[in-house]
Write a protein that binds this ligand. Sequence first.
Ligand code: TMP
Ligand code: MG
Ligand code: ZN
Length: 209
Amino acid sequence: MNNSKGRLEVICGSMFSGKTEELMRRLGRAEYAKQNVLTIKHQIDNRKSSATILSHNGQERLAFSIDNNKENISKIIDLANKNIQVIGIDEIQFFPLEIVDVIVKLVDMGKTIIVAGLDLDFRGEPFGIMPLIMAIADSVLKLKAICVVCGKDAHHTQRIVNGVPAKYDDPIILVGAKECYEARCRNCFSIDKQAVLITPAKKYTEKNL
Ligand code: TMP
Ligand code: MG
Ligand code: ZN
């Protein structure tokens, strides 16, 4: 019997940086080696189908869709039964805190967990549970898209509503793709003034310290 612990791999970056493609590549690699793979996505992401994960280059992969319900999240442990070695989770930024404990449990059970998600939201601030997930990971790969304005590395995802940058106070979650988001570098990214007043350090202090 193998009692050794597993690992957590994080793939993050802006939209259009190839996170889902990289997740699919790693899962396909595991399947090639005859490992059993479980793929999970958040129910919120219904861009094409509620039963698949979808990359911007059109690749699809069947996936279990899970919502924010605590019981459903803990069911991932049951889904990842003894025969599953690798668990891939796309759009991890949409999940609530409970998923972090589930991931830690799965790693302790010896599973390899590979998650993909946005490190920053459209305001340029850490997205939900991502800072925590990245801190407890064994490995973190930060991918870059290319800025659609100037061609430099894109650090940000710009949300465009009616042709102008979204407001700082707009809802954080808005499912979409090219019709409302663009990859932008630090220079070409823009957000209204409020974001500058609420610095990341200030926000972190209010929440955690
Ligand atoms: P992607 O990283 O696979 O391109 O998908 C990111 C999804 O997250 C997409 O549906 C748009 C959504 N999203 C938000 O809900 N809020 C945000 O602030 C950003 C940047 C993206
Ligand atoms: Mg994706
Ligand atoms: Zn740029």
